[in-house]
Design a protein around this ligand. Structure first.
Ligand SMILES: [Zn+2]
Length: 62
C-alpha cells in the first residue's frame, strides 16, 4: 500500500512523523496547512509524496 509523507525538496529528508494513505487524505487532514519545518534543514515548504515501501513509525515520533 502506498504511503504518503512529507518530503523536503531542499535536502531530500523524508519526514515520517506523519503518514497518510493517500494524497487526498493528506490534504484533507491539513498536511500542507500545518506549520511544518524540515527537521533536518528547517525548510518550511514540504512536498507531499507517495512512497511504495512500508514505513515504520518511530516510537519517539511525538
Ligand atoms: Zn530539509
Amino acid at each position: 500500500m502506498p504511503t504518503v509523507i512529507r518530503h523536503c525538496p531542499t535536502c531530500g529528508h523524508d519526514d515520517l512523523r506523519e503518514q497518510w494513505e493517500s494524497v487526498d487524505q493528506a490534504m484533507n487532514r491539513g498536511a500542507m496547512r500545518a506549520t511544518w519545518v524540515c527537521p533536518s534543514c528547517s525548510w518550511p515548504e514540504p512536498e507531499i509524496v507517495e512512497v511504495e515501501r512500508p514505513v515504520a513509525v518511530p516510537d519517539d515520533a511525538r
